[in-house]
Write a protein that binds this ligand. Structure first.
Ligand SMILES: [Zn+2]
Ligand SMILES: [Zn+2]
Length: 133
């Protein structure tokens, strides 16, 4: 019996395109996704500028790389940035107050970009990620 595969999201014919679902041997029709929908499902929007970025399963309000490089300020309008504490991770902030850099290892990660409240988080494998709060 010839079966036409249709995308479970948009109902279009799939034309042999295999989904990003892990199992290549999964024949269940309900798991078939077309390329277009697959891309859509694998992208999300930057929490600030709204451009498409790689989907992140942990943070759906992630901020894109460009926005992450914009100037960050704390609630007193002091320029702030975030880093890992050391090679093992952790999160600390460095705030510029009266031309002095103040390190805070107990930071809550909160900051603002263009008045938008955001939070820095320690990334699972090191590094820092930024999300819109
Ligand atoms: Zn589709
Ligand atoms: Zn952005």
């Amino acid at each position: 019996m010839a079966s036409v595969l249709t995308c479970i999201y948009c109902n279009e014919d799939i034309n042999g395109y295999k989904t990003s679902n892990e199992s290549f041997f999964n024949d269940r029709e309900e798991d078939q996704i077309c390329e277009k929908c697959d891309i859509k499902l694998n992208m999300q929007n930057c929490g600030i500028c709204n451009i498409n970025i790689q989907k992140n399963d942990r943070y759906d309000n992630l901020i894109c790389e460009m926005c992450s490089k914009l100037e960050k300020v704390d609630e007193h309008n002091n320029v702030i940035d975030f880093h890992n504490v050391d090679w093992y991770g952790g999160l600390q902030s460095s705030t510029k107050i009266n031309n002095t850099i103040v390190i805070n290892k107990l930071t809550d990660g909160l900051f603002f970009i263009n008045g938008i409240k955001c939070r820095a988080l320690e990334h699972r494998f090191g590094g820092v990620v930024y999300i819109r709060v």
